[in-house]
Design a protein around this ligand. Structure first.
Ligand SMILES: CC(C)(COP(=O)(O)OP(=O)(O)OC[C@H]1O[C@@H](n2cnc3c(N)ncnc32)[C@H](O)[C@@H]1OP(=O)(O)O)[C@@H](O)C(=O)NCCC(=O)NCCS
Length: 150
């Protein structure tokens, strides 16, 4: 019998170590605040339907995490292991997570891509995502005691 190409399923707490390892090894993924085991487990617990992993023969081939805030969905850290790229795994993860966002009521999904990440820009453009030229991203670090200046 032929081995299945790959299996996509919801991420579980026991996957987080492998997920962080995959992201750390994948150029184009910017790890930052919240990318540790404890915070990732918490994120998965809050968003169990939209955090997905793709396994192939006992190896974590890909992962993506999505969060829904009640209005928009946000997609983070889509990555496919280098030696498993161009096999449709990234597309399958995005298709599955978008179906799930739709089911839970998200009408639009956003993601952030480094402007230098031409591979990801080409991938998402190929899949039909609309690149926005009309928005800037602004960020605030919620450090304890930090003056908000207001
Ligand atoms: C971007 C990434 C997730 C794509 O995953 P993948 O499994 O290799 O992509 P797929 O095999 O599913 O490709 C899906 C489609 O996109 C196209 N595509 C994939 N990479 C592409 C590229 N670099 N340029 C142009 N098209 C590309 C494929 O040709 C395919 O088109 P098709 O459906 O017409 O055949 C993967 O390359 C990756 O992990 N990159 C590093 C991490 C990263 O940058 N993530 C994005 C962070 S925002």
């Amino acid at each position: 019998m032929r081995e299945p190409r790959f299996t996509v399923r919801e991420a579980k707490a026991e996957d987080v170590h492998a997920m962080l390892g995959l992201w750390a090894a994948t150029p184009g993924i910017g790890l930052g605040v919240g990318d540790d085991e404890e915070d990732l487990k918490r994120f998965i617990a809050r968003n169990p339907r939209t955090c997905l992993v793709a396994w192939k023969g006992g190896i974590l081939a890909g992962a993506v995490v999505g969060g829904f805030d009640g209005r928009r969905g946000y997609l983070y850290h889509l990555a496919v292991r280098k030696d498993y790229q161009s096999q449709g795994i990234g597309k399958a993860l995005v298709a599955e997570v978008l179906d799930r966002f739709r089911e839970i009521g998200a009408r639009r999904v956003h993601l952030l891509v480094f402007t230098t990440n031409q591979q990801a820009v080409a991938f998402y453009t190929r899949l039909g995502w609309r690149l926005r030229q009309d928005v800037l991203v602004a960020s605030w670090d919620c450090e304890p005691g930090k003056d908000c200046g207001c």
